[in-house]
Write a protein that binds this ligand. Structure first.
Ligand code: HEC
Ligand code: HEC
Length: 379
């Protein structure tokens, strides 16, 4: 973490004020909220216009999947916040997903992708989505063969990557390059933090002070991305659909078995173990990555299992000190963070905080759907 002073110097007077309020009220040493800036571009996958255009077409193309029915865009719909507006995402035909679909807007800034952070880059995330049994369910050789039988792709892959035939790994690189253009970094919060004091209403400024102070949100939603990219169990309630939807239960059972849990857990688990899958430490049961807050106006429902349908419900959840689930009451784990406590916010304060959260979103990012190129037999 950079020293506070360096960061403060870059910010406007208004932001510095907010910063010192943060330090005083939340009593911790957290990076202040800051304008988002441009996303990092990895040196081994530089952006070019031709690569981004190719990645865009591939993002829409269901042939990068099992039965050519389910593209990235199927669960990351531009008019559903580039996510999917249901508690649990739709899944590959015949399945329902087991988690809430995340927005791909601004995923370019994240070092750890997915709710439990299991993918370290967009280049690694794309194949696990296209191949995952309840997402794309694709098979590498079949997907690669399909690309080879589409003359426009042969030409575009050759132009971008210099190979005679499209390689599946290059498809993921192109998709990652496209995702790095899905950026919203000019929200009212960004403008305000960059010095435009008129960008937030009085209500929103009051909400920001609560965010940085009494409500303690800054403890985890901090820095330019409004996330510390750490993992917590907040006691988000158990997904209702896991209790009463047979298809959702099938996916849940399949996922926990495939990701590896003990026999005892396999029989008893009713919650998503989250970070536990990666560490196999009981202390990590039910922990999820702090999500960024930009664009959330368009991405309801919220949380890894879509428990809350609007931002007010989320704020009320925090106001009550979070919730409880099987990993908070001690039967399997007591991993709930003690950073979450009842906040004692009154009705006006709840409204102000919601108004501030809304200012993290700005305008919707609209992109025209590309035309998918047709197959043609090889000569
Ligand atoms: C069947 C639905 C479905 C399909 C198809 C799908 N996704 Fe997703 N996506 C999800 C869900 C659900 C999550 C969260 C899953 C998790 O955390 O386990 C997610 C998470 C992500 C994330 C992580 C965002 C973050 O904040 O960490 C990215 C990036 C992403 N998807 C991109 C893609 C790309 C690229 C494709 C196509 C190759 C794709 N997705 C296909 C449903 C889908
Ligand atoms: C202890 C760290 C921590 C604190 C403090 C915290 N959050 Fe969160 N926040 C998280 C985590 C972790 C999640 C995801 C939890 C899950 O899915 O189980 C989350 C989820 C959210 C979401 C849903 C985002 C989405 O894409 O679904 C919103 C909105 C949110 N928090 C706002 C707030 C507000 C407002 C406050 C202050 C009242 C706050 N948070 C305090 C860690 C924190």
């Amino acid at each position: 973490m950079k020293p506070m002073k360096t960061i403060s110097l870059l910010l406007s007077g208004a932001a510095v004020l907010a910063t010192s309020a943060t330090m005083a009220m939340a009593g911790g040493d957290f990076p202040p909220l800051a304008p988002l800036g441009e996303p990092p571009i990895p040196s081994d996958n530089p952006q070019t216009d031709a690569k981004v255009e190719l990645g865009k077409i591939l993002f829409w193309d269901p042939r990068l999947g099992g039965d050519a029915s389910t593209a990235c865009v199927t669960c990351h719909e531009p008019d559903q916040g580039w996510a999917f507006s249901d508690d649990l995402s739709r899944g590959y035909p015949g399945t329902v997903h087991w988690r809430n679909s995340q927005s791909v807007i601004n995923s370019a800034y994240l070092g750890q992708l997915f709710w439990a952070g299991s993918a370290a880059s967009l280049e690694k995330q794309a194949p696990s989505a296209a191949k995952g049994a309840v997402a794309g369910n694709g098979e590498n050789d079949v997907m690669e063969a399909r690309l080879a039988f589409i003359p426009e792709y042969r030409e575009r892959f050759n132009d971008v990557f210099g190979t005679e035939w499209p390689l599946i790994g290059d498809a993921w690189r192109a998709i990652a390059a496209f995702e790095r253009t899905l950026i919203v970094n000019d929200t009212p919060v960004d403008l305000y933090l960059a010095g435009d004091e008129s960008a937030l209403s009085e209500e929103q400024i009051a909400g920001m002070e609560l965010f940085n102070g009494k409500a303690g949100c800054i403890q985890c939603h901090n820095g330019a991305q409004a996330t510390d990219e750490k993992y917590y169990n907040l006691g988000v309630p158990t997904a209702e659909r896991w209790q009463d939807d047979g298809l959702a239960q099938v996916t849940f059972r399949y996922e926990i078995l495939a990701k590896g849990v003990t026999q005892e857990m396999y029989r008893e688990l009713k919650e998503d173990p989250g970070l536990y899958f990666r560490t196999k430490e009981k202390a990590d049961l039910g922990k999820f990555r702090t999500p960024p807050l930009r664009y959330t106006l368009y991405t309801a429902p919220y949380m890894h299992n879509g428990s809350f349908w609007d931002l007010e419900e989320v704020v009320e959840f925090y106001n009550a000190g979070g919730g409880s689930n099987d990993f908070t009451d001690g039967t399997m784990a007591s991993s709930k963070t003690d950073l979450i406590k009842p906040l004692g916010l009154n009705e006006d304060e709840v409204e102000n905080l919601v108004a501030f959260l809304e200012a993290f979103s700005g305008d919707e990012l609209e992109v025209e759907a590309p035309k998918l190129p047709p197959y043609a037999p090889l000569d």
